[in-house]
Design a protein around this ligand. Structure first.
Ligand SMILES: C[S@@+](CC[C@H](N)C(=O)[O-])C[C@H]1O[C@@H](n2cnc3c(N)ncnc32)[C@H](O)[C@@H]1O
Length: 278
């Protein structure tokens, strides 16, 4: 029984990092005038209303998107992310936080394709409602641990795959690293973006070691640690397999800017960015 709802967390600091990087990667792939597919293995609802009780419960968006939504910055990558959010929130009036599916659907071109997997029935129905008119998109109420590898290699031969689980199962870190390994073997050319929460226990550490030992090509790793003084989530990280080669030159500065707005204090917060690990 799944109890996680992304609405509790939508727009928090982890979402900002993940969605900023996702848009950067999609824009990079779009530089080539060749169609591709975006696959979201754990799709969520696509967009989240700030007034929704889920978002109001812990108001995590106050520690994320709200801290950067109105900043005036010339950084083109950051501007690109914020402009997309502003496009559904005119006049700087933040009412909706767009999830990965919405951002990708807005970013992709008319001949690109999108495929979303969402196991939670209510979230699946929300997702369908949010994208029912978009013929580029396939949405399935499926378990990604069974379904994702079957979608690979895609017929487009170019793909960005976001793996963004809720980590609510005990063994979910292991499931994710195994799934990534299986998918990579079937489709080594895919760009895989894998999100994970950094917790104050050994689980995230052994997950990181499991990913590193696979020798994925062009692997980048970003971590934003926001607070290491508690037992809950201390921050989040992203691995990108087959990451754009220019990532460091392109967005290291943007990440530092975002981090400086989001961090809670200098003592507890840290940004780690490693490129070309293998
Ligand atoms: C972190 S949220 C996704 C957020 C979304 N990708 C975004 O960035 O806006 C994870 C989602 O995965 C769904 N989920 C959990 N287990 C799943 C599974 N085995 N297969 C597919 N979806 C799953 C949850 O219901 C939840 O909506």
């Amino acid at each position: 029984m799944l109890s996680y709802r992304h609405g509790y967390h939508a727009g928090n600091a982890a979402d900002v990092l993940k969605h900023f990087m996702l848009l950067y990667v999609l824009d990079y792939i779009k530089k080539k005038d060749k169609n591709f597919i975006f696959i979201d293995s754990h799709a969520g609802a696509g967009k989240y209303s700030i007034s929704d009780p889920y978002m109001q419960k812990n108001k995590e968006y106050l520690q994320g998107i709200v801290k950067i939504f109105k900043i005036n910055n010339n950084d083109i990558f950051l501007k690109n992310y914020l402009d997309l959010i502003k496009s559904i929130n005119p006049n700087f009036d933040l009412k909706i936080y767009p999830g990965s599916c919405y951002l990708a659907a807005k970013s992709l071109r008319i001949n690109d394709k999108l495929h979303f997997l969402e196991l939670h029935t209510t979230e699946f129905l929300n997702l369908k409602k949010n994208f029912e008119d978009d013929s580029r998109i396939i949405i399935e109420n499926e378990d990604s641990y069974k379904r994702l590898s079957k979608l690979l290699p895609p017929k487009e031969k170019r793909a960005v795959i976001l793996i963004d689980p809720s980590y609510e199962l005990k063994d979910e870190y292991n499931k994710v690293s195994k799934m990534l390994s299986v998918c990579y073997k079937k489709f080594p050319l895919g760009v895989y973006i894998v999100w994970y929460p950094i917790l104050n226990n050994k689980k995230s550490e052994s997950f990181i070691l499991n990913i590193l030992k696979e020798n994925y090509k062009n692997l980048s790793h970003v971590q934003m640690i926001m607070d290491n003084s508690n037992d809950g989530m201390q921050g989040s990280g992203l691995f990108i397999v087959n990451c754009p080669w220019s990532v460091e030159k392109d967005i290291k500065k943007s990440l530092e800017t975002i981090f400086n707005y989001l961090k809670k204090s200098d003592d507890c917060s840290k940004l780690i960015f490693k490129n070309n690990i293998n």
